[in-house]
Ligand binder design. Structure first.
Ligand code: UFG
Length: 341
């Protein structure tokens, strides 16, 4: 059984589906602070199998240990559970350090206590900051984080690395996600931000649906071909599959060291304006957008060198940007329609 913390969240829920499709039993532990329990029903609808579910606050050490005691057949963990809003982390850094660092430490201690050795961790390309040379490889030096959220990912990687040195029985893979977007092709699960979306694609789909009047494009004076920022947008189902591959690698002892990390992106840089244009094309809608000033803290451009993940992990992004943006649009429409049923 694979324990997925944060398994009802955006990336977690897609990964639970792929794990179950690959034949794994899955236990979700989530405090539902930023997701809904009905996601469990939707996962069951998609995969024909209901994952186990426990509402647990992993900041609580006792409850975390109880979880491992209750499920003695946990063989590996995927630790998604974390707060992820960059702006909020600047306003309330202690919440981020408590949630993101506290829960990781509790999970690692519980794993140690209950002899669970394998863990896959959700890291982020945020650890690279603005790199001088693109694309970024796993050898690219990490940079000081721009936000407390980013810092929690840096610190978490450091904790995992230190732990892998001290406890050689542990097997750890950190996946450095680039920008996850899109939704499951069924339209039953997807990204569900609270309130006004911070991220580009949910803002785009909500604007197209009429929930927002205007998309603000943050800056067109960057040193990029069209002046808008460039990111590496990775389909969430492709990303979910990377977790399945990583888990198998650990469980089959195919890892080369007991702390490994991989870039998980497409290898393609795409600008904000390209996202807007591609979305308009695939959705056959006209997006109301305006160019506004730069957003504080934004990186100008970043995309991944993915050859290490391709060759070493045997994983590659498969979906096109067209189908990914269409999946996000289908999800938005289907979800909104379900609210009025
Ligand atoms: N953008 C807009 N308008 C919006 C929202 C975003 O123009 O309404 C632009 C941003 O300026 C950026 C691009 O779209 O150029 C992508 O922005 P997102 O907020 O979707 O993603 P980020 O790259 O800023 O954030 C991602 C992850 C964070 C992580 C961060 C670190 O979502 O979790 O990378 O770099 F912290």
């Amino acid at each position: 059984m694979i324990l997925t913390t944060g398994g009802t969240g955006y990336i977690g829920s897609h990964t639970v589906v792929e794990l179950q499709n690959a034949g794994f039993d899955v236990l979700i532990a989530d405090d539902l602070s930023n997701s809904k329990q009905e996601v469990v029903d939707r996962i069951e609808q998609i995969s024909g199998k209901r994952p186990f579910f426990e509402k647990v606050d992993l900041k609580n050490k006792e409850k975390t240990f109880e979880l491992f005691q209750k499920y003695p057949n946990i063989e590996a963990v995927i630790h998604f559970a974390a707060s992820k809003a960059v702006g909020e982390s600047v306003e309330n850094p202690l919440k981020y350090y408590e949630n993101n660092i506290g829960s990781l430490v509790n999970v690692l201690q519980a794993m140690q206590e209950y002899d669970v050795a394998s863990i896959v961790f959700s890291s982020s390309c945020t650890v690279y900051g603005q790199p001088e040379i693109l694309p970024v490889t796993e050898q690219t030096k990490r940079k000081a984080a721009e936000s407390p959220y980013g810092n929690t990912k840096m610190i978490s990687e450091d904790i995992l690395k230190d732990h892998s040195v001290s406890d050689k029985s542990f097997k750890i893979i950190a996946l450095r996600y680039f920008n996850p977007i899109g939704a499951h092709p069924s339209g039953l699960i997807g990204e569900l931000p609270n309130g006004i979306p911070n991220n580009l694609v949910p803002f785009v789909t909500q604007t197209a649906y009429g929930l927002r009047t205007t998309l603000s494009v943050f800056g067109n004076d960057y040193d990029t071909p069209d002046g808008s920022c460039i990111r590496d947008y990775i389909n969430v189902v492709d990303l979910a599959e990377a977790h399945v591959v990583a888990i198998k690698r650990l469980l089959e002892n195919k890892n080369k060291s007991n702390f490994e990390y991989f870039n998980i992106g497409t290898g393609q840089g795409v600008s904000v304006l390209e996202i807007v244009r591609t979305f308009e094309k695939v959705s056959n809608t006209k997006l109301n957008y305006q160019i506004v000033g730069r957003r504080a803290g934004d990186i100008e451009k970043i995309w991944a060198e993915t050859s290490f993940a391709n060759t070493e992990l045997g994983w590659k992004a498969k979906k096109t940007l067209n189908e990914t943006l269409l999946s996000a649009w289908n999800w938005e429409q289907k979800y909104r329609a379900s609210l009025t049923e």
